[in-house]
Each structure stands twice: as structure tokens, then as C-alpha cells.
Design a protein around this ligand. Structure first.
Ligand code: UDX
Length: 440
């Protein structure tokens, strides 16, 4: 919404939320999320044509177009628990729009929703014999965290799904006009609503499938002394495959990938497509296997016991350049290490506040230290979980001197200079490459 306000001064954008604290934060000088470049954009339009408010009813009444961006987490109860999307917030919003609208509106589905939700939304909005006309559009968001501003400013594509009726197409054109203020027309794709909703799930399923594919091969590389970076490079040079999303890692995290694949799996099960459901569920299974493998590798390398050993986790965010820790592999790894009775020191430049919340009920010794040098001091091992640039340029000689020997580094992102660290004296365990150790 900040980008729309920034690119289209002729529109007035109001963001409403039930969370008063959140809205106060957006209105304050310090934004509640860390996203490179967002601060400047918000500052340049806030109070001009971008407003944050808790007056939801007024927001509904005053607007011609409503973007619904409520959260749709994985259901934790009842039918579809652990897989289907929890649509309670979304349905409440639809009902609230119906109750308060006094003029025709275009409703844009921005939250990622399992297919056919727009149809349900339409049914709610046309119930009560409402005399007000609503058009529902699907406009999934493809931005990735950490690069949100460049993804929004220069998107690979904008996708807009609408009913193929006269009204539906008219509403679609209103939204197309907004994006045309800065997105080239050939990047604005229009479709029917169902295809648009499904495309978002499928895009995320394909992206995470690539990561699980390369991660599965990283396990084979570790057994056969091949090098995953070489394999990924050789494979990625094939222009049909391409070289993106082939970085082997400790596993993927984030609020979307797992949730969206599980939604896809649930959808397939619903339609009796068991083979298709199993196929996509495999992506999530490999991801869990990769995280578990990382922990097992730590355990076996450190002489089969972690009890009482001090381990520093370098990074807690699910990826670099964000403070977001949702579904971060770090959460799984931290919990497993504590089960092995290790003592943890967590460090991260942006995510410590979230890490504290994620681990608040953990039964073990965990501390949180912002400075990576202080975090590593006195530790037996470092487990690098997030690929923050700052970890590449640390003074590892200083770190080595401050650690207990033999000192271990488990590079869950393959971002460090492994040969150099080995020369300093560390035992290095990358992902999908032979370990470099000083042991016989
Ligand atoms: C993703 C999609 O990229 C985006 O289009 C969609 O709108 C939302 O979901 P995001 O969750 O922000 O975005 O992060 P992304 O950059 O895709 O990374 C997801 C996870 O995969 C991270 O944990 C990342 O570290 C991991 N990853 C990514 C790898 O392990 N290897 C890679 O090669 C790429």
C-alpha cells in the first residue's frame, strides 16, 4: 500500500487494522517491521496520501477499493488442522465490509488464500440481499521479504484475476490502471479468479520445490564427496533450469512456503488426488529432513554428545535482511539442540526480539546476545543459520581464540570461506560438501 501511495499521488490510501499498537507503531517514527527501503517510502507519503488508522468502519465506508490483507495461518484445530488455511479473520472481514458498506466497492483479495475463496467472499457479500454491488478480484502478492521494495517497484509480474463478466472486467481495469502508474503493461497479467488464486500457491510450491531438490542432493554430496555448489552451478547453467533458488541451506522458512504447499496438498486431498498430494508433501518432508540432518551432523561431529556444550546460533531470522522468524529453521534447530541439553547463545542483527518470543517456553539454557563476538566467546561450536552478510566479514581469528577447542563451525548457508577458517584451526562442516577437520 505504501508503494501504491508513493507511485500514485492521485490516490488516497488508508490502512486500517484492529491492532491499535501496530497502527501506533506505523504512525510513529519507528516502523514495526525491518524491511530495507520501506522506511523512506513510508516517510515520503505518510500524512500526504498514506494514512494508518484503527477506524475500520470508516475506512470501509470511505473507500472505493478495499485490499483485504488479513492473515490466513494454517489451521491449528478441527478439520484440516496442520494443513488447511484458517479463514476466520478473512470471513470476519468480509462480514464487516458487508455491514458497513454504503456504496459499491471493489474488494481485492491480497492475502494468499486457497482457491475458491473469492467465490465464498462473493457469496457473503451478496447475502442479506444487499443492494450494494461488490466486485471481488484476486491480486496475489509475490514480493519476498528483505527485497520487498525492489520486488514491488520492479515486479516480474502483477497478476489480477476477475470474473469474466462485464462488471468483473470493469473492476479489473480499475486495478490495472493503478498498477499501470509504474508497471509496464506487458507485466500485468489478467486471468479468471481461480487461476490467479492457484498461481500464487503454485509459484511458492515450485520455488520451495527447487530448494528441497537441491537440499536432497546436498545429502548425497556429503556421502559421496561431491560439492553441492559445483553441482548447483553446473545444473543452473542450463538456461531451461536457471541458476536461482539453488542455494543448498539448512532448510527453507518464512511465512509462505510451508503454509502454501500444505494448502496445495489439502486442496489435492479434497479432490481425491492422493498421488499429487503426496508429491508436493514430499517438499515439506525433505525440508524437515534437512533441518534434522543439520542437528544430527552437529551431534555426531561433536563426539555424539552435546550435553552441557555451549553453541552459538549465528542468525535466527528465516533469511537475511529481515527480522522475521516465522517458520525459521533456527526455531527447529534451537529446540532440538536444547533437547540434546546444549546451552544456546543466539545472535542476530534484527531478529532477537522475535527469537525471544519464539523460544520463551523453552526448557533449557538460552541467552540472546547482539554482538556476534560476545555470542561466540566460550562456545564449543557456531551454527550459522541465517546468511547475513555481516557474518562473512567477521574477524574469525579473534573468534577462534575466544572459543573452546576443538572449535567447530557448521555453516548452514555455505557463506563462509571454509578453507581460511580451516587454516585458522576450526573444524568446518558445510552443507553438501566434504567437512574440513583437523581430526585423524
Ligand atoms: C516467498 C516467495 O519468494 C515470494 O514470492 C512470496 O510472495 C512469499 O514467499 P519469502 O518467504 O519472503 O518469499 O522468502 P524467500 O526469499 O523466497 O525465501 C524463503 C526461504 O527459502 C528462506 O528461508 C530462504 O533462506 C530459503 N532459500 C531461498 C534457500 O534455502 N535457498 C535458496 O536458494 C533460496
Amino acid at each position: 500500500m505504501a508503494m501504491i501511495a508513493y507511485k500514485c499521488p492521485q490516490y488516497r490510501v488508508t490502512i486500517v487494522d484492529i491492532n491499535h499498537k501496530r497502527i501506533a507503531e506505523w504512525n510513529s517514527g519507528k516502523l514495526p517491521v525491518y524491511e530495507p527501503g520501506l522506511d523512506e517510502i513510508v516517510k515520503s507519503v505518510k500524512g500526504k496520501n498514506l494514512f494508518f488508522s484503527t477506524e475500520i468502519e470508516k475506512g470501509i465506508k470511505d473507500s472505493d477499493i478495499i485490499f483485504v490483507s488479513v492473515n490466513t495461518p494454517t489451521k491449528s484445530f478441527g478439520v484440516g488442522a496442520g494443513m488447511a488455511a484458517d479463514l476466520q479473520y478473512w470471513e470476519k472481514t468480509a462480514r464487516q465490509i458487508l455491514q458497513n458498506a454504503e456504496s459499491p466497492k471493489i474488494i481485492v483479495e491480497k492475502s494468499t488464500l486457497p482457491v475458491k475463496t473469492a467465490l465464498a467472499m462473493e457469496r457473503i457479500l451478496t447475502s442479506n440481499n444487499s443492494r450494494i454491488h461488490f466486485d471481488v478480484l484476486s491480486n496475489p502478492e509475490f514480493l519476498a521479504e528483505g527485497t520487498a521494495i525492489q520486488d514491488l517497484e520492479n515486479p516480474d509480474r502483477v497478476l489480477i484475476g476477475s470474473n469474466q463478466t462485464e462488471n468483473g472486467l470493469k473492476a479489473r481495469d480499475v486495478l490495472v490502471e493503478i498498477y499501470k502508474n509504474w508497471v509496464p503493461s506487458d507485466r500485468i497479467i489478467t486471468s479468471d479468479i481461480w487461476s490467479s488464486e492457484l498461481s500464487k500457491l503454485v509459484a511458492n510450491a515450485f520455488l520451495s520445490q527447487r530448494i528441497s531438490s537441491i537440499n536432497s542432493i546436498s545429502a548425497l554430496c556429503e556421502k559421496t564427496d561431491a560439492d553441492i555448489t559445483t553441482v548447483a552451478r553446473a545444473v543452473g547453467f542450463d538456461s531451461r533450469i536457471g541458476n536461482k533458488y539453488l542455494n543448498a541451506s539448512v532448510g527453507f522458512g518464512g511465512s509462505c512456503f510451508k503454509k502454501d504447499i500444505l494448502n496445495l496438498v489439502y486442496l489435492c486431498l479434497h479432490y481425491g488426488l492422493h498421488e499429487v498430494a503426496d508429491y508436493w508433501e514430499g517438499v515439506v518432508k525433505i525440508n524437515k529432513y534437512q533441518m534434522e540432518r543439520f542437528v544430527l551432523n552437529m551431534l555426531t561431529s561433536m563426539f555424539n554428545t552435546l550435553t552441557g556444550k555451549k553453541i552459538s546460533l549465528f542468525g535466527f531470522a528465516f533469511k537475511a535482511n529481515t527480522g522475521d522468524t516465522r517458520e525459521s529453521p533456527a526455531i527447529f534447530i534451537a529446540k532440538r539442540l536444547v533437547e540434546e541439553k546444549a546451552e544456546l547463545v543466539i545472535t542476530d542483527p534484527e531478529a532477537l526480539q522475535n527469537a525471544r518470543i519464539d523460544l520463551k517456553n523453552i526448557d533449557g539454557k538460552v541467552s540472546f546476545i547482539e554482538d556476534p563476538y560476545d555470542a561466540a566467546a566460550g562456545c564449543h561450536a557456531i551454527a550459522l543459520v541465517t546468511e547475513w552478510d555481516l557474518y562473512k566479514n567477521l574477524d574469525f581469528e579473534k573468534i577462534y581464540r575466544s572459543m573452546i577447542k576443538p572449535a567447530f563451525i557448521f555453516d548452514g548457508r555455505n557463506i563462509l570461506d571454509h578453507n581460511r577458517l580451516f587454516e585458522i584451526g576450526f573444524n568446518i562442516y558445510p552443507i553438501g560438501k566434504p567437512a574440513l577437520t583437523h581430526f585423524e
